[in-house]
Write a protein that binds this ligand. Structure first.
Ligand SMILES: [Zn+2]
Length: 119
């Protein structure tokens, strides 16, 4: 399981993101405890960012992380989740990985399913 940096604010995080944390933990395997949750509802993000509504989380590799196959980590994690999750690789100016931005964006309201007849 990724660790949390001490200043991370988790208050207001959508519970659906717990499933994303479980999924990336399974993907990272033995490397999971070398990764850190660096932001949930704290920090500065783009205007309109899902961080501000508790629907995004940033997870990045710590100095002792061994895995660097970030696209594979992204793809394998997404394969464990529904299509309502997205993972974006965020890079530093020098092109090294900063973190994985994971967001949950439901595609339809809670009580609707595709194909249901109106009632
Ligand atoms: Zn983010």
């Amino acid at each position: 399981m990724p660790l949390m940096t001490p200043t991370v604010q988790v208050r207001g995080m959508r519970p659906e993101l717990v499933l994303a944390i479980i999924a990336i933990s399974q993907t990272l395997g033995d490397d999971a405890d070398q990764w850190y949750i660096t932001s949930v509802t704290d920090g500065r993000h783009m205007r309109g960012s899902l961080h501000y509504v508790g629907a995004a989380i940033d997870i990045g590799p710590g100095p002792a992380a061994r895995r660097t196959d970030y696209a594979t980590i992204r793809d394998d994690t997404l394969a464990r989740l529904t299509t309502e999750y997205q993972i974006i690789l965020e890079h530093h100016a020098d092109d090294t990985l900063s973190h994985l931005h994971i967001e949950y964006q439901p595609q339809r309201p809670l009580n609707s399913s595709a194909g249901d007849a109106p009632s």
